[in-house]
Design a protein around this ligand. Structure first.
Ligand code: SF4
Length: 262
């Protein structure tokens, strides 16, 4: 374990007491860097691997720092009593943890060796052998499927979806638990037909029983201003509760347990 403990990577945040990103009470480790550029991304400061400056409440803030697995786990382990009582643990998020695969692997492996429950939030956009190596050390994979149409996927995220869909099939056949998550984005994938296509695909995956629909929100807009970047979602608003309930019913019609939110 010692060698892996010294592996270093780049994060931009560690958030404690999360109840949305995997079971129980969790500590979320946000890794920097992502291969996608989703127009609605609420963490634009996560996308570049580079350390950046961002204006936050009128003050310059440095986004990103290099840290060892040992130092991350020292922070994660502070909440062991909460994990034990709630079934929680550590979740790797981002950005996309697959962009720092050696660091993510070392974090997951050392966490499991310390009896910490592990989860990852991922787009699954990487060569499968990179993901495959990590799977024995992951308790829950939370995987985004954003659209079934590759052209539309590329238009809104910068990348096609073939690799993602192929990896979803492979992950489903090997993961302890796979939950599909869908960010519901107006003008992109918020129609009943589009959610139906995604739910149909999710229900075809071996062992997948659960899908989460995550309604679009505008919380990240100020960060785009802080990074001096244009916010690409214009004036679009979150889908209404009524519309989300309709989409939930569509997903449930495929026999999936569907939750609105994380
Ligand atoms: S995959 Fe996630 S982190 Fe990456 S650009 Fe899309 S929303 Fe942002």
């Amino acid at each position: 374990m010692t060698d892996y403990m010294n592996t270093s990577g780049r994060i931009f945040d560690i958030q404690k007491f999360s109840v949305h990103d995997g079971p129980g009470i969790r500590t979320i480790v946000f890794l920097k860097g992502c291969a996608l550029r989703c127009k609605w991304c609420c963490n634009p400061e996560s996308q570049s691997f580079e350390i950046q400056q961002m204006l936050q409440n009128g003050k310059e803030k440095t986004i990103g720092k290099d840290i060892t697995v040992d130092d991350v786990l020292k922070i994660v382990k502070q909440d062991m009593p909460y994990y034990r009582r709630s079934g929680g643990g550590m979740t790797l998020s981002g950005g996309e943890m697959l962009c720092q695969s050696d660091f993510a692997y070392a974090l997951l492996r050392c966490a499991k060796e310390s009896a910490i429950n592990t989860a990852v939030e991922t787009t699954g956009f990487a060569a499968f052998d990179v993901i495959d190596k990590m799977l024995p050390y992951i308790d829950t994979v939370l995987m985004d499927i954003k659209h079934i149409n590759s052209e539309k996927h590329k238009k809104f995220t910068g990348q096609p979806n073939e690799l993602i869909l192929e990896n979803a099939v492979k992950i489903a056949s090997k993961a302890s638990k796979l939950v599909i998550r869908v960010p519901v984005i107006p003008t992109f994938n918020d129609t009943e037909a589009e959610i139906s296509d995604i739910a149909k695909f999710a229900s075809s995956l071996s062992g997948v029983r659960e899908i989460n629909l995550l309604p679009y929100h505008r919380f990240g807009k100020d960060k785009y201003d802080g990074l001096n970047r244009e916010y690409l979602m214009g004036d679009l608003h979150s889908p209404t509760d009524e519309h989300m309930e309709k989409l939930k019913a569509v997903a449930e019609s495929y026999g999936l347990k569907c939750k609105i939110g994380g």
